[in-house]
Design a protein around this ligand. Structure first.
Ligand code: DWN
Length: 410
């Protein structure tokens, strides 16, 4: 089931202006088991809006977390070497900068399979993971990372504090966008933080989404799409200071936010706020041509794929990613065009992409089957995947990148 929101998820204002509808799409991570191929799956409206009061871009409909993050949630962060390396660098820098040691506590919200906490634990820093997804949480526990299988919220934060647990560092990567109760989640972070502590939060940057037409990163798991302007107001509402902002290319362009209970914003925060005001992210006009540009990418991709098929080409896809589900279902590309999708995540292999029902296979199939083209659904890991698929490319295989504009990589 889903609910249409009436007010902004952050500030509660009722000044929401719709900016893009991607129609009705299936849940992006709800991969289909072979035994259930004949069964229908739920589709939900996928539409984003802009809040004129606090500048937050957000979904107009909410699908419940229990529906989204089911017991067989298939996403495991450790299947990307680039992401694991990004996490290692983050951990080592924080251990040094925050002088973490055996008397510290690092708590990660949405800790997945322990891909990030493992780097703290390796250096003897006590950690606690919190994640509601059964599979990834079990994988973390089996790797020796203490993990609570739960959704983090204000109440859980209060329970942890009552048990004497306060965090020197709270980590929250790619989860702030996922929580329906945004204010409760942020209030919980404030409760859990030691007075001198720091929350280090990563979230996709809405400016990259709009400027690079990354519409496929819109799906029902992602309730919000953040600007620094919207984030500063969100944290301030809960007595927290957005003290520093950094930008990284991961996941198509992400912000790394440093949030404290005390102190002042540094020049990076002031710079982003000024930039966003200057470039118009704080007004609806900036978003008004986005729908037309997204429609252009759809038409361009359909035309490119049709032309390749007309030449008799065989086409596969790489990355059974959530963004791939949005792309294929919105553009309307299925088994009539693409034979199968490959993905390194063994928990996804043997299942089918939601909606379009493309079978998911091991990447080794590209070299054995030799399709003429591969549509790169996980374009955010292009460097890693293209390097990995060097043999397929040297044998004449070609990758197609769908956004920011569809093109064949030579
Ligand atoms: O917010 C979210 C983002 C951070 O991750 C989650 N809600 C869901 C997920 O979104 P996604 O599935 O679009 O993320 P990825 O990490 O872009 O998905 C990449 C897919 O490609 C994964 O299924 C793993 C796979 N992969 C692969 O098969 N070979 C990835 C790499 C790097 C590879 O070499």
């Amino acid at each position: 089931m889903h609910q249409l929101i009436q007010a902004c998820r952050s500030c509660g204002a009722r000044e929401l202006e719709a900016i893009l509808s991607l129609g009705e799409t299936p849940l992006a991570d709800a991969l289909v088991e072979a035994a259930r191929l004949e069964e229908p799956e739920p589709f939900y409206p996928l539409e984003i809006a802009f809040c004129a009061s606090c500048s937050l871009v957000q979904l107009l409909q909410t699908v419940s977390a229990e529906t989204l993050f089911t017991q067989d949630y298939p996403y495991y962060s450790s299947f990307s070497d680039a992401l694991v390396e990004h996490a290692r660098l983050n951990a080592e820098r924080l251990i040094d900068a925050e002088r973490l040691g055996e008397h510290s506590l690092v708590v990660e919200l949405a800790s997945n399979d322990g891909y990030l906490l493992r780097h703290f634990a390796k250096q003897g820093v006590p950690v606690l993971g919190i994640d509601p997804a059964e599979g990834p949480a079990r994988a973390a526990q089996e790797a020796g990372i203490p993990t609570l299988r739960a959704f983090f919220d204000r109440d859980l934060a209060a329970c942890l504090v009552a048990e004497g647990k306060r965090a020197d560092v709270v980590l929250a990567n790619n989860v702030l966008a996922h929580v329906p109760d945004l204010n409760g989640f942020v209030a919980g972070i404030g409760l859990l933080l030691e007075p001198h502590g720091v929350a280090v939060i990563e979230a996709p940057y809405v400016r990259d989404l709009i400027d690079r037409c990354e519409f496929d990163t819109i799906y029902h798991e992602h309730h919000c799409y953040f600007s620094v302007t919207a984030l500063r107001e969100l944290f301030a509402r809960h007595g927290l200071v957005l003290s520093r902002v950094e930008h990284y290319p991961v996941h198509g362009g992400s912000l790394r936010l440093f949030v404290r209970r005390e102190g002042e914003p540094d020049e990076t925060v002031r710079g982003y706020l000024a930039d966003e005001a200057e470039h118009g992210l704080v007004a609806a006009g900036y978003y008004r041509d986005f729908a037309a540009r997204v429609a252009g990418v759809k038409e361009g991709l359909l035309a490119l794929l049709a032309a390749l098929k007309a030449e008799g080409a065989r086409i596969a896809a790489y990355g059974a990613a959530a963004k791939g589900a949005t792309l294929l279902n919105y553009v309307g590309v299925g088994t009539e065009t693409i034979d199968y999708v490959v993905d390194r995540n063994v928990h996804k292999q043997g299942r089918y992409m939601p909606g379009v029902r493309l079978p998911i296979a091991d990447p080794a199939r590209l070299l054995s089957d030799r399709p003429d083209y591969v549509l790169l659904l996980a374009w955010n890991f292009a460097d890693e995947i293209l390097a990995q698929q060097d043999a397929y490319r040297r044998a004449g295989g070609r990758f197609i990148v769908p956004v920011p504009e569809p093109k064949v990589l030579r």
